[in-house]
Design a protein around this ligand. Structure first.
Ligand code: T4K
Length: 402
């Protein structure tokens, strides 16, 4: 088999196509001078956490940006989910997708609530409302929709379903900062929406998250709960935990906000480059974003049809890793196949055929400011070469595995 440079796939003994690893989720670094100035300010103030001025400013700016009344900043997205779930009084069973990051399920199990996994739509990768309804039992108290990859889940059908069946509805909007549904910003739907501002997100506070809601009552409860239940000096009026965001995290967030539009533009341009460079590769399809909505384009998602590509998703991921492209199998193997859910619900997969299929087919590739156009072209060239030489590569890979 003949591969022309730069396709010296490491699997055939050539040097990797990239000298440094290319990661999914490389943080977008904000303006250093601006961040240094903020860090100086917070050091001068000697105010490091506990609802400091940077956290308040960030909460105000995020609420404004998303068009929501309340933003409560938190130490991370998982704790924000846990607190929101508790503040809504969810108990018993709550319906969630299995095709999500495991934190969505863990935030429930952590407080003795059973996550019940409903299947997703094969096109959108988001919850299928019909499947959700079929999972409702007398113990069900709520639904958590996930806006996977930043694409809105079916908000209206889920809202109608929740109302009809007397269930609470909230959203894990960890991927959807800056995105919209029906022209309306994500953040204001359901009882509340939860965001992650982890380092790997296109907007980050290193570690961080937030709950957004239009409910005054819920916001007040969440504010109490994330600060040990304190309603003033020495006055604890509610059970609580420590979910506070630090001033340092808020300083990173405020600085990231300054250049957020440029980051989205880079993500959008990267997505177009990938589209152009991947065109016509059999069995490899790029997940698209709805041009009528606002999207952050932070996830670059491919679906691999092994029948057409001649190689499985896992074989392609391994080849990419050999070339120092650290593609990720998000969200393999699905929450229902992770502990403790696998042991507690061993047959869950029978009701999750689409999830089972997607977890075998989907991969995430690097995007954001950590990769340039030339890098994307080279990366796609590796994929094209691999698929173009699939029979030979598959034979070698499979014989070395046997
Ligand atoms: N709900 C959903 C739907 C979520 O996706 C998440 C988080 C949550 C809830 C919970 O929110 P947080 O509590 O995390 O705020 C990563 C992130 O850690 C996680 O935040 C994110 N979802 C998930 C999708 O991705 P892993 O297990 O893939 O992390 P890790 O350490 O393998 O890093 C991912 C990639 O990022 C690697 O390629 C390396 C790169 N990286 C990472 C960090 C931290 C960097 O280049 N620099 C860095 O500083 O979960």
């Amino acid at each position: 088999m003949h591969l022309t440079p730069p396709d010296q796939l490491a699997i055939f003994g050539g040097p990797p196509a990239f000298t440094e690893p290319l990661y999914v989720g490389r943080p977008n670094i904000p303006n250093r001078e601006s961040l240094r100035q903020r860090i100086d300010d917070l050091l001068d103030r000697r105010w490091m956490t506990n609802a400091g001025p940077f956290v308040k400013e960030l909460e105000r700016k995020i609420a404004e940006k998303q068009g929501v009344k309340h933003c409560i900043a938190m130490c991370n997205g998982t704790v924000a989910l846990e607190i929101c779930i508790r503040a809504l009084g969810l108990t018993g069973e709550v319906i969630v997708p299995s095709f999500t990051f495991v934190a969505t399920a863990h935030a429930l199990a952590w407080q003795e609530i059973t996550p019940v996994f409903a299947d997703v739509d094969p096109e959108t990768h988001n919850l299928d409302p019909v499947r959700v309804e079929s999972m409702i039992t007398p113990r069900t108290t709520g639904i958590i929709g996930v806006h996977l990859w930043g694409r809105p889940c079916p908000i209206e059908p889920l809202t109608n379903l929740a109302q009809r069946r007397g269930l609470k509805l909230m959203f894990d909007a960890s991927h959807a900062f800056g995105c919209s549904s029906g022209g309306k910003k994500i953040g204001a739907f359901g009882e509340a929406e939860v965001f992650s501002f982890h380092a790997t997100k296109f907007f980050n506070t290193a570690e961080g998250g937030a709950v957004l809601t239009n409910s005054d009552e819920l916001a007040e409860k969440i504010r109490l709960m994330k600060n040990f239940g304190f309603a003033g000096f020495d006055n604890v009026i509610h059970v609580g935990t420590n979910g506070k965001m630090s001033e340092l995290s808020a300083a990173v967030g405020l600085t990231c906000l300054e250049t957020l539009d440029q980051v989205v533009e880079v993500n959008r341009a990267n997505h177009s480059t990938y589209r152009r460079e991947l065109a016509g590769i059999p069995g490899v399809s790029l997940l698209e974003y709805d041009a009528r909505e606002q999207s952050n384009y932070q996830y670059l998602i491919l679906e691999v049809d092994a029948g057409d590509a001649g190689l499985t998703r896992d074989e392609l991921v391994n080849l990419l890793h050999a070339e120092k492209v650290i593609a990720r199998r998000y969200f393999f193997p699905g929450c229902h196949r992770m502990e403790p859910y696998r042991s507690l619900q061993p047959h869950a997969g029978l009701l999750l055929p689409v999830t089972e299929k997607l977890t075998q087919r989907v991969m995430a590739l690097p995007t954001g400011t950590g990769i340039d156009e030339a890098g994307i072209v080279r990366l796609c060239h590796i994929l094209r070469s691999a698929v173009g030489n699939a029979p030979e590569i598959a034979r070698r890979l499979r014989s070395s595995n046997s």
